[in-house]
Every structure is written in C-alpha cells, then in structure tokens.
Design a binder for this molecule. Sequence first.
Ligand SMILES: [Zn+2]
Length: 111
Amino acid sequence: MSELPNCVQCNSTYTYEDRGLFVCPECGHEWSAADAADDDALNIRDANGNPLQDGDTVTVIKDLKVKGSSLVVKVGTKAKNIRLVEGDHDIDCKIDGIGAMKLKSEFVKKA
Ligand SMILES: [Zn+2]
C-alpha cells in the first residue's frame, strides 16, 4: 500500500484517496496529488513576505559582507535574474562589480 500524506490543512493522519483526490475525514479538506506536489516547490519569500520566483529582480535591504572578501553589497544594490535554491542562502544571483553570489531572501525585497 502506498503511503498517504497527512492532511495539508489539519495534519490528520486519517486521509484516504478517492477518485484521484486525497480526502481528510476530520476537517473535510480535499486536495489533489498535484497540489501536494506544489507544496514541495521552493516557497521563498522576500523580507516583506512576497513570494520570489526565478528571474525576479531583487533589491538588497541591508549591507551584506561578501564572505571571504572585503567587498560589501550595499543597501539598494539590485540583483537581476535571481535563481532560487535550497538552503540557508536561498538566492543565487550575479551582482555587478561583485559577481556570482548567494543571498538570503530575508535580506532582499522584490524590485
Ligand atoms: Zn484535515
């Protein structure tokens, strides 16, 4: 038997499958396997709580030291065409004058 996911709404373990939908008998929530897969997508938000996507342009909201160098990414610096990655530093980007670096989403906002 395949393992059923817990309810995405109330985390109940009593979910069952019905006509391609997962159903929770406790709170009545129904969702599709496709929805469940969406939850695995990177859910990365900027400092204001706006969702970020690959290709977005973000602005740095605080001076950030570049690890292993004396460079500082200044407040207001823009990073274009970001790429979201998993991890502590969840944004891959290139910054003019500095090059490729990783940022934390909590220190940027969507431009
Ligand atoms: Zn539920």
